[in-house]
Design a protein around this ligand. Structure first.
Ligand code: NDP
Length: 289
């Protein structure tokens, strides 16, 4: 069982990752660019070092939880030689291509590399909720999964290092559009005096119920036949009235206008009788109707 881990980056997320490892009795070495972050980790037995090199050489497994790809490059670039033969787990949020670039750099330097994408806020780490996706070295994942499971449910997405980040960003796309949809709806009803908490109390159960539709849409997409009976047609889904009502209330219709653009593009292409999920094909075609 792996007992020694080094954690680079003691921000909100890195400090909780380190703390969870300490809770499990692991020997943890930590480093942060700005000294003095997370003093409670030292009090709880973490070894705090003042150089990246000291952190990297302390453990066979190095977890990087920094701000972004460029901070990872700046931090790890000078210690590539010290990382050779060790396993690097980068859970910093990056784009798929940034993850692939790091994987390629790691391969060039004899470093076993895994990319991790965290689907959780710090409070969820170690609490039995949340997920972390991994991609890259399968051998490293198999070896480390028991350790990863201390943080959150772990899922391996394949040897292409960019895949975990891709799934992560795809999930966040849905989340941010849902939040923005809520902001837009709340702005619309604010015009008639409904408070945001009042609207949230109505919107949350409605959206929760609507998520049941995702599986049905997914089945249509998988079948690839948007004429299967029982689908809500694109004509029926025309949102012109929603865009108009938003504008009439003095509320920027931009979020829903973006959806309407996708729907009207399909209708204009003569597919109005097909199901709403046909929008998926338009997106996959890169915007070509
Ligand atoms: P914080 O802003 O709390 O911490 C950022 C960390 O990065 C700090 O340790 C900071 O060090 C370090 N850092 C920033 N720039 C550099 C640099 N150029 N060189 C070295 N170190 C640097 O962020 P989080 O801990 O919340 O997030 C860390 C990563 O985890 C991010 O990629 C984030 O997207 C991801 N993540 C976070 C989630 C969250 O809910 N917090 C959820 C999912 C993913 P210093 O103290 O010196 O500034």
């Amino acid at each position: 069982q792996l007992t020694e881990v080094s954690v680079l980056g003691l921000g909100a997320m890195g400090s909780v990752l380190a703390s969870t490892l300490l809770d499990a009795g692991r020997s943890v070495t930590v480093w942060n660019r700005t000294p003095g972050r997370a003093p409670e980790l030292a009090a709880r037995g973490a070894r705090v070092v003042d150089s990246v090199r000291a952190a990297v050489t302390a453990s066979p497994v190095v977890v990087a939880c920094l701000l972004d790809h460029s901070s990872v490059q700046a931090t790890l670039g000078p210690v590539a030689d010290a990382l050779r033969g060790r396993t690097l787990v980068n859970v910093t949020t990056t784009t798929p291509n940034e993850s692939r670039a790091l994987a390629s750099w790691a391969a060039d330097h004899g470093i076993d590399h895994l990319d991790g994408a965290i689907m959780a806020v710090p409070a969820m780490i170690g609490s039995g909720t949340g997920q972390i996706f991994y991609s890259g070295s399968r051998a490293a994942y198999d070896r480390l999964q028991p350790t990863f499971d201390l943080w959150a449910a772990s899922e391996f997405h394949g040897a292409d290092a960019g895949r975990a980040a891709l799934v992560d960003l795809a999930m966040l796309s849905g989340m941010y559009q849902m939040f923005t949809g809520f902001f837009h709806g709340a702005a619309m009803v604010a015009a008639m005096g409904m408070s945001a908490p009042e609207f949230a109390a109505r919107q949350a159960p409605f959206l929760a119920a609507m998520t049941q539709e995702l599986a049905a849409y997914a089945k249509v997409i998988e079948g690839g036949d948007y004429t299967v009976p029982g689908q809500q047609s694109l004509h029926f889904s025309d949102l012109s009235h929603l865009v108009q009502a938003s504008a009439e209330e003095g509320v920027d219709p931009a979020p829903i206008a973006a959806v309407q653009t996708l729907i009207s593009r399909e209708i204009a292409a003569g597919r109005g009788e097909e199901g709403l999920a046909r929008v998926y094909e338009g997106l996959r075609a890169g915007g070509a109707a």
